[in-house]
Design a protein around this ligand. Structure first.
Ligand code: 6MZ
Length: 402
């Protein structure tokens, strides 16, 4: 019998220690918080609450609709106090799902009307990490800070000495594709300044049909020169010139990769880099694939390419990392072990149903799911000490779960 006793698959996925590598702060805000903030701004006459409720609660959004929604989110969340609040809540939500390492990404924002600079925005994020109280947070491990705008001192392990749940939190600073070269460079320099405050790398994100690669390239090259790891939203739309250019700069990781073609996949697989951050629910909800059975996850997994399951925007897409593991396990188990790569939908669906009926279907077996979760350790941008601690967490959990 498999480990994990009689635990149902969803329960097992929840129990599994998980590593989240692709989560956007503002996309991970709870609906209830957004509604509360909208009500407040509605009462102040800044927005029309009734219209906003409809937008927040809508199910299923196209990619362009998501980016419209982010503009609304930013209107609701962009003051220092609220940034601190949402950061705290998002970390607590991930920890409640047994995420043991969270690499949270966010775009530092300038908002003169609120007296906000990119630096003060990040200070508000750091204050949010500090404010977490339902779980111990390992945030910054060593060093001193030279951040001008921050009065904060570097944090060691925050929280009480009593043994409680613990989450490692590290930050990625995102460059938004709407930004200028100068703004992107400012973000990279800020990331360097905040290295002692848990910032471990740079992300490029935002609406994939906006902005030119040449605009971001100087900042990304600068990050590389400074030794900051990079992850890029790559191939969210079929822009092959940009996909090539992105692969040319050898990022450590890429997110989404929905529209890579065979030649591009060959290159990725041959080089064994970059690691691919896979966001199943996000890709399906935004119509990147017409069906989950079309998703390339099984192909990459079979090719033993390093992949990491991620949520992307857990609030926006009403998902959790446990749910993403469940989805992978219950969808791709059959494909990975029994079907050829090119199998058609219909075969997937029929076999899926038959297998479900015959074996009260659990998909990918638990050993493999466990290894998949554990393998993300090597893809984190954390230092070796943290990786070692995460390895110990998985060693302990192995006895219970497999
Ligand atoms: C590209 C995305 C994204 O940075 O304000 N973002 N960029 N593709 C996606 N897939 C759907 N989901 C989120 O978080 C929200 C920002 O993250 C990026 C967008 O730039 C969005 O405005 P922060 O915390």
């Amino acid at each position: 019998m498999e480990g994990g006793g009689d635990m149902g698959l969803m329960e097992w996925c929840r129990e599994l220690p998980k590593i989240e590598l692709h989560a956007h702060l503002n996309g991970s805000v709870r609906d209830s918080t957004l509604l509360e903030l909208a009500k407040d701004l509605g009462e102040k006459g800044v927005i029309a609450f009734a219209d906003v409720v409809h937008v927040i609660m809508k199910n299923g959004r196209s990619l362009p609709e998501c980016f419209k929604l982010f503009d609304l989110y930013h209107l609701l969340t962009t003051d220092h106090q609220t940034v601190t609040r949402i950061t705290k809540e998002v970390i607590e939500d991930f920890a409640a799902e047994n995420v043991v390492y969270l690499e949270l990404r966010t775009t530092p924002k300038k908002n003169e009307a609120k007296g906000m600079t990119k630096c003060s925005y990040m200070k508000a994020v750091i204050d949010g990490i500090r404010a977490v109280d339902t779980v111990d947070v390992d945030f910054v491990t060593s060093g001193t800070s030279n951040v001008n705008c921050s009065e904060a001192t570097p944090l060691n392990c925050i929280g009480s000495p009593i043994k409680r749940k613990k989450i490692y939190v590290r930050l990625l600073l995102s460059i938004d594709r709407r930004e200028t070269t100068a703004a992107a460079l400012e973000t990279v320099n800020l990331a360097m300044d905040l290295k002692n405050f848990g910032v471990v790398g740079i992300d490029l994100s935002g609406n994939p049909v906006i902005g030119e690669w040449q605009t971001f390239l100087p900042a990304l090259k600068h990050a590389k020169e400074l030794g900051l790891p990079i992850t890029l939203h790559c191939g969210e739309v079929p822009n092959h010139k940009e996909i090539q250019a992105m692969l040319d700069i050898c990022p450590q990781r890429i997110g989404h990769a929905c529209f890579l073609v065979e030649e591009e996949w060959k290159r990725v697989k041959f080089l064994k880099i970059p690691v691919v951050e896979i966001c199943l629910t996000s890709n399906i909800r935004t119509g990147r694939f017409s069906s989950i059975y079309d998703h390339f996850f099984a192909d990459l997994y079979k090719a033993k390419h390093q992949v990491a399951l991620c949520t992307d925007d857990s609030g926006l897409f009403s998902t959790t990392l446990s749910n993403e593991f469940y989805l992978a396990a219950s969808t791709f188990g059959v494909s990975i072990h029994h079907l050829s790569l090119q199998s058609k939908h219909i075969i997937w669906q029929v076999l899926h149903k038959i297998y479900w009926v015959v074996s009260s279907y659990t998909g990918l077996n638990k050993d493999e799911m466990f290894l998949l979760a554990r393998s993300a350790i090597q893809s984190t941008f954390a230092d070796d000490e943290v990786k070692h601690e995460l390895t110990k967490i998985y060693d302990d959990a192995a006895n219970r779960l497999i």
